[in-house]
Design a protein around this ligand. Sequence first.
Ligand code: NAD
Ligand code: G6P
Ligand code: MN
Length: 459
Amino acid sequence: MIITIVGGGSTFTAGIVKSIALRRKELEVDEIRLFDLDKERQDKVAVVVDWILHEDLKCDIKLTVTTDPETAYTDASFIFAQMRVGKYAMREQDEKIPLRHGCVGQETCGTGGMAYGMRTIFPMMKVIDDAEKYAKPNYWILNYSNPAAIVSEACRVLRPKARIINICDMPIAIIDVVAAAMNIKDKENIVYDYFGLNHFGWFTSIEYKGKDLMEPLRAYIKEHKILMPEAYLKDKAALGVTVQNEGTGTEGNRHTKGSWYYVWKGVYEIMENFPEMLPNTYLNYYLQQKEFVEHSDPTHTRANEVMETREKNLFDGVDTYLATGKVDEKVFYAGSHGDWIADLAIALKNDTKARFLVITENRGAIPNMPYDAMVEVPAYIGKNGPEVIARDPIPLFQQGLMMQQLNSEKLLVQGCIEGSYEKVLQAFTLNKTVPSMNVAKAILDDMIEANKGYWPELK
Ligand code: NAD
Ligand code: G6P
Ligand code: MN
């Protein structure tokens, strides 16, 4: 059984490999392959991966590190994709260009996310085509590569038969924080319901061992004016805009540090007005777009924080290991992110029908959203993929927001495929983070310049 990781040079690779290795019995995995276009970067990450597999966990899983697609994909059963097309240098542009025009600049949301989407659609199709050509016929691609909403819509349109499931770790990261805030150690006993688009959704219920958690959670958030565990609130150094060492390891949670602070604060602010559901943190970018711009530093954004912390710690850690033979586990990011993708693979492989939140075609699950919308909802996962679960119609407020966002994303995908400047401009104009058509156009024109060599030509 072979698992191929596309974007082998990612800062998340080591953590994912650890989660796979800890589940080697259920996964029956014989070989892990790392595939990336950037050999130098991947070779460094491979040093830590090799250490995890063969020294730390002492397993007999073979490790192959390659930049050749045929070597990477041949006979693979699972492909875990997590590439960042344009790397952090382009993420920086996605965040900074909109800010220059007074708009939300974010990795996956608003026009920054759309720029990232335009870079990622065709490379993602290449991953699918390589899997079709070389991998096992019943392969599964589990995709984390962002922007997952736009990528999933492009997959639906361009490769409708592909065996791919797009996923996100934000809802489970929120559940991790909820568990910590509520002093729950066995988070596997938390059951929740959720609906939305990717990075655009709401928890409608959260229960722990059959007991409602929403009510105590609302009280907690109101009292603390933020959704964050007590431990972090006591440790004031971990709060605010000061960038902390994000080396993390399993005990840490990067979501509760650095600029993420505003995002968790925003959950409180949103719930002060709309207390019924627990919003995904990403809704802040659409509901508090003006405030986000006001507290952003247009010269130092999240991409800079990540380069100064998670990325730097990882590569410094590799250098230290090569020089001294010592590994500080805290230098690489591990935890729920890797557990989630590895557990999903187990459900597919062993046909468990376990319930997972995934990005999948609506097919009537949300009755008042289009049949073909790519939504993020709970589904039962078996060997043939997700089976969505029907639910009641959603309220008009959420449905209205989702339709605007969905149509913006659909226009973006169409515009990208057709090379249509007008459709991409419509996508930008329709997005809730953009106040006017003229601002949309100014951002788009700057982005066309910045994305030369990555974007299809728009006419
Ligand atoms: P990173 O830059 O450290 O790693 C990405 C790697 O992808 C790089 O090594 C890069 O060389 C490689 N790459 C770029 N284009 C490629 C291509 N066409 N083929 C193969 N490899 C390619 O980034 P990171 O911060 O570790 O994040 C990795 C990805 O995972 C990003 O897309 C990020 O948005 C995504 N992510 C998604 C979720 C989620 O919830 N869906 C959570 C965390 C991270
Ligand atoms: C969450 C989201 C991802 C996103 C990531 C960014 O995990 O679910 O989709 O890529 O946050 O985190 P970062 O630390 O890179 O800002
Ligand atoms: Mn996500």
